[in-house]
Design a protein around this ligand. Sequence first.
Ligand code: HDE
Length: 692
Amino acid sequence: MEIAEWGVSMKQQSKNPKDLDLDAARVSHDSGYLTTNQGVGISNTDDALKAGKRGPTLMEDFIFREKVTHFDHERIPERIVHARGSGAHGYFQVYKNLTHLTKAHFLSDPKLVTPVFVRFSTVAGFRGSADTVRDVRGFAVKFYTQEGNYDIVGNNMPVFFIQDAIKFPDLIHALKPEPNNEMPQAASAHDTFWDFVVNTPETMHNVMWLMSPRAVPKSYRMMEGFGINTFRLVNAKGEFKFVKFHWKPILGVHSLVWDEAQKAAGKDPDFNRRDLWENIENGNPAEFELGIQVLAPEDEFKFDFDILDCTKLWPEELIPVQKIGKMTLNQNPDNFFAETEQVAFCPANVVPGIDFTNDPMLQGRLFSYLDTQISRLGGPNFQQLPINRPLPKVNNNQRDGMHRMTIDKGQTSYYPNSLNMGEPHAARAGESHFEHYQEKVDGHIVRERSESFRDHYTQPALFWNSMSDWERKHIIDAFRFELGKCKNKNTHQKLVDMLGNVDPELAQKVAEGLGATPPANTANPTTVSSAALSMANTANSPKTRKVAILIGNGFDKAQFDAITSALTAAGACFDVVSCKLGPATAQDNSTVECTQTYTTTAAVFYDAVYIPGGSHIESLKGSADVQSFLGDTFNHYKTIGLSGEATAMLTLLRPGQNAEPGVICDLTGNMKSYTAAFLEGLTQGRHFQRKL
Ligand code: HDE
């Protein structure tokens, strides 16, 4: 099928074109009688076959044995890292023809619609662990292109902990729960991780990101993605450019605050998964622009860092990010296991026009993914699982192995052959095929690290210099929390000494919190900062932000209506929260349905709280539930809206003080100006000027 036709069918059906390919594998079980796996009808699936009603179960009960045997084997190994994930389908379109940079067909024409499947993940936790832990997030995208599958297997931070793939098992052993007692779950705050860090200075840069708010994203729809490793784009003339890939969320980059993240982990371990799922169900697709940083080969050695060192980012001020296309995730999977669990990403899945570099991390990754998938997915045929199948016909002489899905016809399964007229043949000119970039390589075989990879502190300092005040506070608090959970005092001191190479103030403040000695003679190695690194400069939008409206009997319906219509018009959403489910009666005797209570929900699930005026305030004021709801909202720097009589609730926030940033009050009940002010607060998101 021509790509143009995919575009047409997508518009016509207004759904993901990948459906066309997966449809054959999708099975609904909405009608019909039960059968065994052999298709034999079953009339009773509740009682096993017995000799006498109270007698022994019989071995010949193949229906029982088949059902239980299948159940016994339902689990497969979880991913060794990134075990906890959430997936979504969607599509990608490039903004303009990029053939001057790459011969990749899917990047050649804005009319082409390329289906994608994306899996977001945490790294350290087990498959059932909580979403909102402090961790790096995976951001893996599979493009089903007409020339085969292309994967960008990235993270939400632009750098990695180590420079050489051979250290990956050590890093992950140190990060994962400790081997003697399998604690702690999904957390880096323990002795082995920090012991590894203080003995491995190259981790410093990624550790700074890990301690920053980036490590607790508010939503998978609101985080950046980075390919991290350096790749090559190659055009039809064989010319190449170095490239780094970025995903930029349309809604901006937003995070949780730490107290909120911890509470959310307990109240809803599926916090990020649910957000993605519900927004897609509600017609709010997750949208990201694809960006590239492009570097000419002659500029390879122009910088004070090595462009092949994945513990370094390419500052956007030096090498701007060009936005080249947009990805829209608009469809939830039908079956978590078949799609999100069985999908297999691999950085080695490239298409003509995209190639590798000598980045030593990338080289190791090229080996590891396929290797791990053979054991995780039970053999070498996992590419034939529906979610992993490419669009083009797979045509080769690979045969057999566990769970082969295809029935490969014919006498020959080798090349060259005459018996099958030499088919399938090696791709000829004019037939799409991959050619490796012919880099000239010359060197001694050594087990060494390049001198150009030695500087471990300038970029962590660049990151620190770029942070706003609230991001710096988050980082300091995070170091204090994480190290505070480590029993080994030597590790505390070593970490503080390491931070002395990044910034004196940072080292001093972390040392204070840990009771360690601030390092002497420290200096920040650079005065440079980069605006692109701070979340304070991100986009803000009220779209998909969620407000809790707290009411009881006697609320002011006019004020309620004014706020709810303003929120809906702005693309925001709301829940009506009360002490019990069902209708609440307004002052004018109309009713509103309450869909959440103080036991079913909590402040951490909302971006703001609003309380309309009315006589309900008398009972709300005395409610401990309302007080703690408002308290968390206030402490997490979120917008609080109080109109009419509800302004009396101010005293619950901070007795004696009225004007607080992001607390929008209006006694007059003039809802026109009030709703505008409330929406402005909601759009701003958090009000970090608020002093707690
Ligand atoms: Fe991975 N990584 N990784 N990684 N990685 C895996 O592959 C590995 C690295 C990333 O949603 C594994 O199928 C090595 C960097 C994501 O299915 C495994 C090294 C980046 C995912 C593996 C790295 C990533 C994985 C485990 C050091 C960001 C989840 C299961 C050289 C650019 C993909 C699997 C999904 C998963 C190996 C470092 C991203 C073991 C050896 C750097 C998003 O193969």
